[in-house]
Design a protein around this ligand. Structure first.
Ligand SMILES: Cc1cc2nc3c(=O)[nH]c(=O)nc-3n(C[C@H](O)[C@H](O)[C@H](O)COP(=O)(O)OP(=O)(O)OC[C@H]3O[C@@H](n4cnc5c(N)ncnc54)[C@H](O)[C@@H]3O)c2cc1C
Length: 505
């Protein structure tokens, strides 16, 4: 452990933020707005993290998130900076939200318009028509507690956990999403359609706390949105907002160690050997990586290597980005293509950690809404398949191409006829890229799995339990993965980090 040089400049204390994912970017805006001198240190050559943008051969590919469900949380960042979101980012509602194609070819459109969704349920599963209303009411009850009251508050004290227990019991948060959805729906297709959402944040619907049933209400309350120009325009927008408040960004700068003096964070040392001093450090790096690698030799009490090793990590993803020389006008912006199995497949991904020969896919066709992402007359796509994280032992340097071929065949046989001869550019992201490029333990795509005993107080706290002056934002800390989650994690900083003017070392 080494002490870094003095950090403060004049009267402004200095905050270093490790990583520029949505959590790190939102933290930069919030701390800069509180008067901190902010430096964001990012390993990659551009901001965004999982929301990085790949551009190749005239096509633009958003690497990760595509669905924005809580635009008001983003708007708050602009308000903090005294600006209006609409002046910088063109956010548009997408409707239908997404279509779900079941294995037998039947397609269900899920829409903001309740009448459309009702009609879809009446057509596919008339026996569940009434149950939809009851489920949405339940989803709202959970949302009012789990999202509105808890998501952007620190969960750092056991007393807070005890206070939350009566609601947990009343709302049956101890049940699983699939179990709770099955209480309402009897039709298998409806059980899938209303329970798959935890997969969007790395959770297994069979084990994730029923609190995540709130997503159904969240989607309907605020809608599903897309930023014109792709997710990159939102990333750049928030980075510019932070810069406008005085934050500076250093790219191609990997942090190797969080420096400490006694039990206090004093800055970071980069892989290049350079040391940067600060009064506080905020880590947006993978939480397991932060504790096990960036604080490798620091004597940790709670987040020991043993505890991290025994934690349950989210699944990983196989993502294939491709551009076609033609358009597929019938394919909507967001589509789930379900395979023949659901419960068993989830077990193989999350529990057995084996790579299955069948899969369920999410297909993204942003050019359905925004033609700027591909040359004229062409489409830009990505398709993702949830796969086990690296404890599976799968060697993706060997498996990636055969797996991609299977995915291509499935798409060609279902919604993208003639695909193999239409592809003009492509690239892949496998669990190994999540580990090596984004420094995520086990190559997990969404950090720690959102299980009951890895949520709230049980999750690594936003205010580090180990090191004074260290704070955590992003998918692995409270409240969890997904853009609303990681932006809320940065909002917690408002409560736990003092304003620059009142900060005392
Ligand atoms: C394919 C995919 C699709 C998704 N779809 C959606 C969606 O539609 N909607 C939604 O809401 N969510 C979605 N998610 C989840 C969401 O994208 C993530 O939960 C969220 O973006 C993670 O943000 P984060 O703040 O945790 O940071 P991350 O995006 O994980 O970024 C962390 C950053 O830290 C940097 N870093 C790490 N270690 C170091 C170090 N040592 N030194 C310097 N820098 C470092 C990394 O390079 C990276 O830039 C998706 C995720 C994926 C992977």
């Amino acid at each position: 452990m080494t002490a870094a040089a003095p950090a403060s400049e004049g009267f402004r204390p200095h905050a270093i933020i490790i990583g520029s994912g949505f959590g790190g970017l939102a933290a930069a805006v919030r701390l800069a707005a509180k008067g901190w001198r902010v430096t964001v240190v990012e390993k990659l050559d551009a901001p965004g993290g999982r929301a990085y943008v790949f551009k190749q051969d005239g096509y633009t590919f958003d690497a990760g998130p595509t669905i924005i469900t809580a635009p008001h949380l983003i708007e708050e960042l602009w308000t903090l900076a005294g600006r209006r979101l609409n002046d910088d980012v063109d956010l548009r509602p997408v409707d239908p939200f997404y279509s779900i194609r079941f294995n037998d070819g039947e397609v269900m459109r899920c829409s903001a318009d309740l009448d459309v969704t009702r009609a879809e349920i009446a057509r596919i599963a008339p026996e569940d028509s009434e149950n939809f209303e009851r489920f949405i009411a339940e989803s709202q009850r959970v949302f009012d507690v789990a999202f509105t009251q808890l998501a952007d508050k620190p969960f750092d004290k056991l007393s807070k956990l005890f206070r939350a227990v009566p609601d947990l019991v009343r709302l049956r948060g101890y049940r699983t999403v699939y179990g709770r959805v099955s209480d309402y729906f009897s039709n298998d297709k409806m059980r899938i359609a209303f329970s798959f959402h935890p997969l969007l944040i790395g959770g297994n619907p069979m084990t994730t706390t029923a609190y995540y049933c709130l997503i159904a209400h969240l989607e309907r309350l605020h809608g599903v949105h897309y930023t014109m120009g792709g997710m990159g325009s939102l990333v750049r927008g928030i980075a510019k907002l932070a810069e406008g408040l005085g934050a500076s960004f250093r790219y191609n700068a990997e942090v190797a160690t969080i420096e400490t003096l006694g039990n206090r964070a004093t800055g970071v040392t980069l892989a290049s050997g350079e040391t940067l001093a600060s009064d506080i450090v905020v880590s947006n790096a993978d939480v397991a990586w932060t504790y096990s690698k960036l604080l490798e030799s620091y004597p940790r009490k709670r987040w020991t290597d043993r505890k991290i090793l025994r934690s349950k990590f989210s699944m990983s993803l196989f993502v294939w980005y491709f551009g076609t020389n033609r358009k597929y006008e019938d394919v909507p912006h967001h589509m789930m293509l379900l395979g023949p199995r659901y419960c068993e497949l989830l077990k193989e991904i999350f529990v057995k950690k084996t790579l299955s020969a069948d899969f369920s896919l999410y297909l993204h066709r942003p050019t359905a809404t925004d033609t700027s992402l591909a040359p004229a007359g062409c489409d830009s796509f990505y398709v993702l398949s949830p796969v086990p994280h690296l404890e599976s032992g799968v060697d993706w340097s060997k498996e990636a191409e055969p797996y991609r071929k299977m995915v291509e065949q499935r798409l060609e046989q279902t919604v993208l006829p003639g695909l193999s001869s239409a592809i003009v550019t492509q690239r892949l992201m496998t669990p190994q890229d999540f580990r090596d490029r984004l420094l995520s333990v086990n190559g997990a795509a969404f950090a720690l799995e959102p299980r009951l005993f890895q949520s709230a107080w049980f999750r690594p706290h936003n205010i580090s339990e180990e090191v004074d002056g260290l704070y955590l934002v992003g998918a692995g800390t409270h409240p969890g993965a997904g853009i609303p989650g990681v932006i809320s994690s940065a909002k917690v900083l408002d409560e736990v980090v003092p304003a620059a003017a009142t900060f005392r070392r």
